[in-house]
Design a protein around this ligand. Structure first.
Ligand code: C2O
Ligand code: CU
Ligand code: CU
Length: 421
């Protein structure tokens, strides 16, 4: 192993976690009892991952947001049976980003993610190393995996309930796999890398003191400039990195809450005022462009998202593993139009996700997208009746999935596949 390559094992396994005092809850995890490790890779590095399925059921290992050949992407075709293992290789070609990984076996994705199979994958690059932003893991740079779960009376994860009620809102919010989370930090500027790892639920997050913060990154990496805001909306599978200036907080606690003012994460501040903290903020984070030539291209693919419950479709069809829905040339940028059909059934938001690519949003309902959608995206949430134009390019070849990231919708066939060659 030279220093241009890295290799490690990711093992899907059963475990138990003491989520509630004195009670053992049966869970799934990667390399541990519940959830997974934060894996860090650098742009340019060769990565070798040894995948092991220690579950008693089939699974796959999907790298959400990563531009890898279709064969390494871990879609529903790449099943590992119980006890099987496989080694995959790829080179990291894309810019710094907060990605994640989770299973993708047909009809079982929702259950396996719900039971705990999800981990984070950070990409670092020269830009992310030199930017003047918090970047010390666990000190001023924190992963925040947000998930809602439903528990039975004896505190076991109750997926049947979720499945039968179209991903009903869970009764318990977990952060990083904990039911009563709390963050204690120095009174300084911190970075929260938020992943909505919930099966179906979206959140609108703000602080209880209504303070402003900056969103610096979305799914696929840094925005061009920090986007100042008081709240962010985050749909299933989306990521948002935010910078929070805790020196501005009066008092010793500030709490991240959702749209119902339910506590998501209380942040407790240590008294120490870290004087090394400067107030200059990185003003330029990235240099993404979207040319008029691309913006004005004709729509090549139309995707119509429809339905709810088991009655979900894309372009009036359900997933068929033996049907390729679309094709596209490698490295060619196409404009796709995604529409969430509004009809008697059209009452749900659908977070639309494409594997193996980071796309750019050209417009929503014919208008310029809001600032927080100007970065690279792999998932875009559309409300009933909304229509988005996106610029899609695949840098690798192979067969990739596109689907609604409400996991019960995906499992119910709200998915298609595209062949890139
Ligand atoms: Cu998050 Cu098909 O994936
Ligand atoms: Cu994905
Ligand atoms: Cu959906």
């Amino acid at each position: 192993e030279d220093n241009n390559s890295i290799s490690f094992t990711v093992r899907a396994q059963h475990g138990t976690s003491e989520l509630f005092e004195g009670i053992e809850t049966k869970t799934y995890g990667y390399n541990g009892d519940f959830l997974g490790p934060v894996i860090r890779v650098e742009k340019g590095k060769k990565v070798t991952i040894h995948l092991v399925n220690d579950l008693k059921e089939d699974t796959t290992f999907h790298w959400h947001g990563l531009e890898v050949p279709g064969n390494e992407d871990g879609g529903p075709h790449k099943v590992l049976k119980p006890g099987e293992s496989e080694t995959i290789n790829f080179t990291v070609k894309q810019d710094a980003a907060t990605l994640w990984f989770h299973p993708h076996p047909m009809h079982e994705t929702g259950k396996q993610v719900f039971k705990g199979l999800a981990g984070l994958l950070y990409i670092d690059d020269k830009n992310s190393e030199k930017l003047d932003i918090p970047k010390t893991y666990g000190e001023d740079d924190f992963p925040i995996i947000l998930q809602d779960k439903t528990f039975t009376d004896d505190k076991q994860l109750d997926y049947d309930k979720v499945m039968n009620e179209d991903g009903t809102t869970g009764d318990t919010l977990l952060i990083n796999g904990g039911v009563d989370p709390k963050l204690t930090v120095d009174r300084k500027k911190v970075r929260l890398r938020i992943l909505n790892g919930s099966n179906m639920r979206s959140y609108t997050l703000h602080f209880d003191n209504e303070m402003e913060f900056h969103q610096i990154a979305s799914d696929g990496g840094f925005l061009n400039k920090p986007n100042r805001t008081k709240e962010i909306e985050i749909a299933p599978a989306e990521r948002a990195e935010i910078l929070v200036d805790l020196t501005k907080v009066k008092g010793n606690v500030v709490t991240l809450v959702n749209e119902e003012n339910t506590t998501i994460l209380p942040i407790h501040l240590k008294e120490s005022l870290d004087s090394s903290q400067t107030t200059n903020e990185a003003k330029t984070l990235n240099n993404l462009t979207l040319t008029d030539e691309i913006k004005n291209k004709k729509v090549k693919k139309t995707i119509k998202l429809a339905g709810m419950g088991e009655d979900v479709t894309i372009n009036d069809k359900k997933f068929d593993a033996n049907r390729i829905d679309f094709s596209q040339k490698q490295n060619e940028t196409e404009v796709w139009e995604i529409e969430n059909i509004k009809d008697s059934m059209g009452v749900m938001n659908h977070p639309f996700h494409i594997h193996g690519t980071q796309f750019q949003v050209i417009s929503i309902d014919g208008k310029e997208p809001p600032d927080n959608l100007l970065g690279l995206k792999d998932t875009i949430s559309l409300k009933p009746g909304q229509k988005a134009k996106i610029a899609v390019k695949f840098t690798e070849k192979g067969v990739y999935m596109f689907h609604c990231h409400i996991l019960e919708h995906e499992d119910n066939g709200m998915m298609g596949q595209i062949k890139v060659d």
